[in-house]
Ligand binder design. Structure first.
Ligand SMILES: [Fe+2]
Length: 398
């Protein structure tokens, strides 16, 4: 993604003879993105990655969008959710989607997976709201901690192991590559001095796992509305080494350094990732604006060509109308949004915020899914109308 990394053993020259102890060749696999124009890695397998044992029937898999939802400010309150399904794939509930991305919650009851998974059509970003665990992939082990973004390029085979305790993931799936923000990179790809994070904040996989035993290994591949089930007679974790730029990585929201100013800074200062037609932003604890006449609360905003989704992760937003930990708001393009009544005056003089939120702004409209309707707060569109209960605690809202 952002720099060259390697683990395990690789030959000194790519595409040359690289032999196993028994004299046979390791099986080289080039994993390349955007044809041959994007980032890539070279993987060295013990077994051919192409050899399958059995091909089972595909299973239908995917969300259904709501076609007749009216234009309105929307609040999906998922705060009461403890589990959303049995295992990792059952539990992924898509709430919002369009042709570029989908936004899901995921709280599986089971903490381990007895299969491997591959998303063949989208990069995935897992935001670990609650939980702790390990992502296991052919690239090695990667620890998951609360507050991590785990970025998984498409076609990376993986499974997750979670520890006991609360578990809540926000999952963003992207049909295009998820990348660091272009304006923060120099012409050779290094993150610039004014970027809110740098390569040192990125955690690559470590501890390569090389499994050599035979057996039955199920891989579920997500593509075009199905989970395709492939059985292999060897573990996908059969790499002796790999190198390149394409690998899953972790970046903690707690390592995002906020950019602040004398007056209110616009949402792009919070941008963390980019993809085609949407961005991901992090709202983190920070000092407020320091102009003597500054208004920390945001101005009203008319977003004329984007839909803005906020996921409320941590902080004192409980007194905001109906918003709780785990709420989503969708402020669609075409309607102005802004602070609730009374909150602008109350924000004046505030010095800092301790809130954490993840924002996804899409440049094409989002659709609610049928699964989202059970979380719908029907009173939210009217929540700016009553001026009796406004309170200041919402300065995250761009
Ligand atoms: Fe906005």
């Amino acid at each position: 993604m952002m720099y060259y990394h390697r683990l395990g053993k690789i030959p000194p020259k790519r595409h040359t003879q690289f032999r196993q102890p028994d004299g046979s060749l390791y099986k080289e696999e080039l994993v390349s993105s955007e044809g041959f124009s994007g980032i890539y890695s070279n993987l060295y397998h013990i077994n051919p990655p192409t050899r399958i044992k059995e091909l089972k029937e595909p299973i239908r898999y995917g969300a259904k969008r709501v076609e007749d939802y009216a234009l309105r400010q929307t609040h999906l309150n998922t705060s009461k959710v403890t589990t959303t399904g049995e295992d990792y794939l059952d539990a992924r509930k898509v709430l919002l989607m369009n042709a570029d991305c989908s936004i899901s919650i995921c709280s599986p009851r089971k903490r381990t997976m007895d299969y491997f998974y591959k998303n063949a059509e989208g990069d995935e970003v897992l935001y670990v709201h609650d939980g702790k665990g390990t992502l296991i992939s052919p690239f090695g082990k990667l620890e998951l901690r609360q507050g991590d973004y785990i970025v998984i390029p498409r076609t990376v085979i993986y499974k997750l192991e979670f520890e006991e305790g609360p578990l809540r993931l926000l999952i963003i799936e992207s049909t295009s590559p998820v990348e660091t923000v272009k304006r923060y990179r120099n012409q050779l790809g290094q993150l610039l001095e004014h970027a809110p994070y740098c390569e040192r904040d990125i955690r690559p996989p470590h501890e390569l796992i090389t499994e050599t035993h035979q057996g039955e290994f199920l891989l579920k591949i997500k593509k075009q509305g199905f989970l395709h089930q492939y059985i292999y007679d060897y573990s996908p974790l059969d790499l002796i080494g790999w190198d390149g730029f394409l690998w899953p990585y972790a970046f903690s929201i707690h390592d995002f350094e906020p950019i602040t100013g004398r007056i209110h800074q616009p949402p792009p200062v919070h941008q963390t990732f980019q993809a085609r037609n949407f961005v991901i932003c992090s709202f983190v604890p920070r000092l407020f604006d320091y102009h003597p006449l500054a208004i920390p609360a945001p101005y009203n905003h008319s977003n004329i060509d984007s839909d803005e989704v906020l996921y409320y992760a941590e902080g004192n937003f409980m007194s905001r109308r109906g918003i709780e930990r785990g709420s989503f708001t969708l402020h669609p393009g075409g309607l102005p949004h802004g602070p609730h009544p009374g909150t602008v005056e109350k924000s004046i003089g505030a010095k800092e915020t301790h809130e954490l939120a993840v924002m996804i702004d899409t440049f094409h409209p989002l659709y609610l899914t049928t699964d989202s309707l059970e979380f719908l707060d029907k009173n939210y569109p009217m929540s700016w109308t009553d001026n009796t209960s406004g309170s200041y605690n919402e300065v995250n809202t761009p």
